[in-house]
Design a protein around this ligand. Structure first.
Ligand code: ZN
Ligand code: ZN
Length: 155
């Protein structure tokens, strides 16, 4: 990916740019994501925090309750409340950027569908994209270059 992906919130107070392709793109069908988005699923591009340049404004985190007790913070535009990205498990080096906030949301398609056990029955999954009842093993699915980058995050 040579083109840099830019995006922002609904009101324009927050703008950002992804400085490289993401590590991997999740389409999550879990019930938390459905509730938090008010929609059928969320699409998250996983990317190193230091590869996301905030061009304008700042995001404000909201702590989300989780079943597992693992922390999940959603970062929103303080003006319009649009959720721009998430941080899971307190891993500050990794962002889950909401693909729907990109200026060109179709620029990134899901690499994997997760928590399809709770997917809406009318959502048809595409052939050729791995899908899992719950979570998955990134070591088996991510491309080598992404796994290499992952090491820099988790050691
Ligand atoms: Zn906004
Ligand atoms: Zn989810």
């Amino acid at each position: 990916m040579d083109r840099k992906l830019e995006g922002g919130c609904a009101c324009g107070a927050v703008r950002y740019r992804m400085e490289s392709a993401p590590l991997f793109v999740h389409c999550c069908h879990c019930l938390d994501c459905q509730r938090q988005t008010g929609s059928a699923f969320v699409i998250n591009a996983l990317i190193e925090t230091d590869r996301v340049t905030v061009l304008k404004g700042e995001t404000k985190p909201n702590q989300m309750p989780t079943e597992s007790g693992r922390p999940h913070r959603i970062f929103r535009c303080p003006e319009c409340g649009t959720a721009v990205w998430s941080e899971y498990g307190g891993v500050a080096k990794l962002r889950f950027v909401r693909v729907g906030t990109l200026d060109d949301p179709k620029a990134l398609a899901p690499d994997v569908h997760i928590y399809v056990r709770s997917k809406q029955p009318w959502v048809a999954l595409p052939d050729g994209v791995p899908a899992f009842e719950a979570y998955y093993d990134s070591k088996k699915l991510w491309p080598a270059a992404s796994l290499e980058r992952r090491k820099a995050i988790f050691g």
